[in-house]
Ligand binder design. Structure first.
Ligand code: SF4
Length: 283
């Protein structure tokens, strides 16, 4: 189907000023461009998890799968392996992929499965009204930490570099043009693409006054250098007042999990022979 409205008429319940709108409209613009370039949107699947971000599956008019909390990536992996022709975009939250689903995130990067993961990193559990997440800054005062969290946040970019992700980027919902380029780059990349997106939560973590003066464009950064990517990832620790680089930190070509799997694909005859041999061995 072509030319359909990409934004659905489902009532939108995000708070006014929520950064999820920026991601939704960035994806809408990308999907419009893909369609104009001759790509069928029937070949695109959006997977979301649980959290405020996940409602994007209701608000974008493409094939979508609303998964369980923390299980966006296994669902996206299954979809990609079942039909490698599909473009699979995973929208996940920091609670969804940095807490509940962290092991899935790490193993998807390790496998280099060809999916694009956009983490709506608002650094707070918004849907459940303001508890701290793994990327909340030290001292964050929320519903579960009224005196301020005592934990340092972890750095998802460092984690993804160490886990083997082949496209690692950071965007910001107040820089929509740049974010569009980062997501398009991730979709075009063959392999596991990870875009940590600093997303404003207007209600529980309205951090624009903190981010906006600190962000800068990583123009001129050598994305092919793993060492330089690590240095850039460590520049800001998600808690300090250091500058925050936005752009692609790292990209490399590497065989994907789905390519390796396709190479191992057996003919029907070979599969039947293998099953008979297995049954004979167990008899
Ligand atoms: Fe957006 Fe925060 Fe409201 Fe959730 S609680 S819809 S993340 S502003």
């Amino acid at each position: 189907m072509t030319g359909r409205p990409i934004i659905t008429d489902t009532q939108n319940t995000w708070c006014p000023g929520c950064g999820n709108f920026s991601i939704q409209f960035t994806l809408k613009n990308i999907l419009t461009e893909l369609e104009q370039e001759g790509r069928s949107l029937d070949d695109v699947v959006l997977v979301s998890g649980i959290g405020c971000h996940a409602k994007i599956a209701d608000y974008l008019n493409i094939n979508s799968f609303y998964s369980l909390h923390g299980r966006t990536i296994p669902a996206a992996t299954g979809i990609k392996l079942a039909n490698p022709r599909l473009t699979v975009i995973c929208c996940s939250g920091d609670g969804d992929s940095y807490a509940e689903g962290l092991d899935h995130l790490i193993f998807a990067a390790k496998r280099n499965i060809d999916i694009t993961v956009i983490v709506h990193n608002n650094r707070v559990y918004g849907l459940t009204t303001g508890q701290y997440t793994p990327t909340s800054p030290l001292g964050f005062k929320g519903k579960s930490t009224p005196a301020g969290t005592l934990e340092y946040p972890f750095n998802p970019l460092e984690l993804m570099l160490a886990s083997g992700a082949t496209y690692v980027a950071r965007g910001y919902t107040r820089k929509m043009d740049q974010l569009k380029g980062l997501i398009r780059g991730g979709i075009a990349h063959r392999g596991f693409s990870f875009i940590d997106t600093l997303q404003i939560c207007a209600t529980f973590f309205p951090a624009a006054d903190y981010y906006t003066p600190r962000v800068y464009d990583l123009t001129g950064h050598d994305r092919s250098s793993f060492e330089d990517a690590c240095l850039k990832a460590r520049e800001w620790d998600y808690s300090s007042d250091a500058p925050i680089g936005l752009g692609v930190l790292y990209q490399k070509k590497f065989p994907t999990f789905d390519e390796r799997m396709a190479r191992k694909e057996m003919s029907r005859e070979d599969r039947e022979r293998a099953i008979l041999e297995l049954l004979a061995a167990r008899a």
